[in-house]
Design a binder for this molecule. Structure first.
Ligand SMILES: NC(=O)C1=CN([C@@H]2O[C@H](COP(=O)(O)OP(=O)(O)OC[C@H]3O[C@@H](n4cnc5c(N)ncnc54)[C@H](OP(=O)(O)O)[C@@H]3O)[C@@H](O)[C@H]2O)[C@@H](O)CC1
Ligand SMILES: [K+]
Length: 496
């Protein structure tokens, strides 16, 4: 399990509101003080990120996110910056009303936005239009402002949440700000790290606003970030060992025309340290599988006896890469699930499960992408992406196992409701065979004795970190086998 600290905790919007309220009620921190701290933290971040900047365009909505923006505008003006302020609406509510009044009292001017508003040029733009209070897709003047902010030529700093983003789910039901940096307050909102959130926030910073830990006790978190240091959960190896100690992974799949998937999964299992890896595939694929990787063993899965002999030697199964859903694949899948061995199920292994929900072994990890998750839950892909956290939890609970829901900000969910989110990975990993590599990685970790949760968390982390290491600044054109060397580095804890 990742180590718990507030910098790795992810909260729902509701949980952050409860922390705000607890800070005000029990922590002796009035809302206006929290707002002042938020503005101070954001202005400090702005100066750090854009040290040359001296001119500012500030966009303020009518809620407390706008309040943060008014106070930041004051701070900038006090520091002799040239500040222009554009507001949505004539009035502000709650604590933001006092912030707006203070801005006006000190001679600050406000341009109230309409559909013709053009944003003044400046070095940096501050987005205080909407934070966690966004209640619906922005339309009309609000949508116009977001589009104008996206067309702004200077730097863009979002306060708390890029405007338009649903901070719970990372979805954007309408126009959304694409920020260069986001300073979030009180606690990380989980939607910043998954789905559209990963493309909207830019560089992320968190300021706890000085709310002490005891105030947050008992409130969430909903989820935890997987940290780079989690890679150390694999114990160091002693020298007096043999390969039998590190398990025997059997990869089952590779129907006619698809030997590559099992070959990739097999090498991935070896590269994270599995002792032995065998591949059960079509007879005609054996040469292709072991041809340039003689450390793999490959056998023809062409009848019940050969399958049983292979299952008897294995300690962990990975079922699904290139398996197909025909009679050959179905028979192998059925036998494998009934063997009761620790199991990773992917690709057509998942599609077969959606068609025929057999009970799964006690140690099982499912690794669906959103399309496979939709088939398993009997909904469409859009419904999965609309609330990835709920979807991952529903899958883990329905199938009583650990689930890795792949995609930007991959989620690992357990049947008891626990969730971890992987903040690593890059768009170069949206390419053929990457899922097969993840399957092999998780199976290879199960083979070394990790439980389903640890193997899924570590496997997802190691896969993403290896992807980042292999991609460097060149994610486009990265292929799955580019990860192999990097997997070996990451699983041995080599600094990047
Ligand atoms: N003490 C604290 O709590 C602290 C809070 N802090 C800050 O407060 C932020 C949360 O503030 P918040 O709750 O006031 O919500 P916020 O994001 O400003 O938006 C609400 C306003 O927008 C409006 N609106 C919504 N959707 C809309 C749409 N589609 N199109 C048009 N209008 C729309 C909505 O109007 P209504 O829905 O009523 O029409 C309402 O007026 C948080 O992110 C952080 O930055 C920090 O200072 C730390 C201390
Ligand atoms: K904002």
């Amino acid at each position: 399990m990742p180590t718990s600290s507030r910098s790795t905790n992810l909260y729902t919007v509701e949980q952050v509101r409860r922390i705000d309220q607890a800070a005000i009620r029990e922590g002796g921190l009035p809302g206006t003080e929290l707002m002042q701290r938020a503005a101070t933290a954001a202005f400090a971040a702005l100066r750090r990120i854009w040290p040359q900047a001296r001119t500012l365009t500030v966009i303020a909505g009518s809620g407390n996110n706008g309040g943060d923006a008014f106070l930041l505008a004051r701070l900038a003006r006090e520091a002799q910056w040239q500040v222009q302020l554009v507001a949505l609406g004539e009035r502000s509510g709650g604590d933001a009303a006092a912030a707006r009044d203070a801005w006006i009292r000190e001679g600050g001017r406000i341009t109230v936005a309409d559909m013709q508003t053009r944003l003044p040029d400046a070095d940096v733009l501050v987005d205080g239009l909407f934070g966690t209070g966004i209640a619906r897709a922005p339309e009309g003047v609000a949508a116009h402002l977001i589009e104008a902010m996206n067309a702004f030529r200077g730097g863009r700093l979002a306060l708390d949440v890029p405007s338009g983003l649903d901070a719970d789910n990372g979805t954007a039901p309408g126009p959304v700000l694409r920020a260069d940096a986001t300073v979030s307050f009180v606690g990380w909102k989980r939607g910043l790290f998954t789905a559209d959130g990963v493309d909207c926030c830019g560089q992320l910073e968190l300021d706890l606003l000085g709310i002490p830990d005891p105030v947050c006790a008992g409130i969430g978190p909903d989820c935890e970030l997987l940290e780079a240091g989690f890679a150390n959960v694999l114990p160091p190896r002693i020298r007096n060992v043999n390969k039998g100690r590190f398990g025997h992974v059997l990869i089952i799949g590779g129907d006619i025309g698809m030997p590559g998937s099992v070959r990739l999964a097999g090498e991935a299992a070896l590269r994270v340290g599995a002792g032995l890896v065998s591949i059960a595939t079509r007879a005609q694929h054996i040469g292709a599988v072991v041809g340039d990787r003689p450390e793999l063993m490959a056998m023809a899965a062409d009848g019940p006896q050969s399958t049983e002999a292979m299952l008897a030697r294995a300690s962990v199964l990975a079922v699904g890469p290139g398996l197909g859903q025909g009679a050959w694949g179905h028979a192998l899948w059925d036998k494998a699930l009934r063997a009761g061995l620790p199991l990773v199920l992917d690709a057509d292994g998942l599609n077969l499960l959606a068609r025929q929900p057999l009970p799964l072994p006690a140690t099982t990890v499912l690794t669906p992408h959103p399309g496979e998750a939709a088939r398993l839950l009997g909904c469409d892909t859009a419904a999965i992406q609309a609330d990835r956290f709920a979807a991952a939890r529903a899958l883990a609970s329905r199938y009583a196992c650990v689930v890795v829901l792949k995609g930007a900000g991959s989620l690992v969910a357990a049947a008891d409701g626990r969730i971890a989110l992987c903040p690593f990975g890059n768009p170069g990993m949206a390419s053929a065979g990457m899922g097969d590599v993840l399957t092999g990685v998780v199976a290879g970790l199960l083979a070394q004795g990790l439980g389903a949760w640890d193997a899924a968390c570590l496997g997802t982390l190691v896969h993403a970190r290896a992807g980042d290491r292999a991609a460097g600044p060149r994610p486009r054109g990265m292929i799955a086998s580019d990860l192999f060397e990097a997997l070996r580095d990451v699983v041995n804890g080599s600094p990047s």
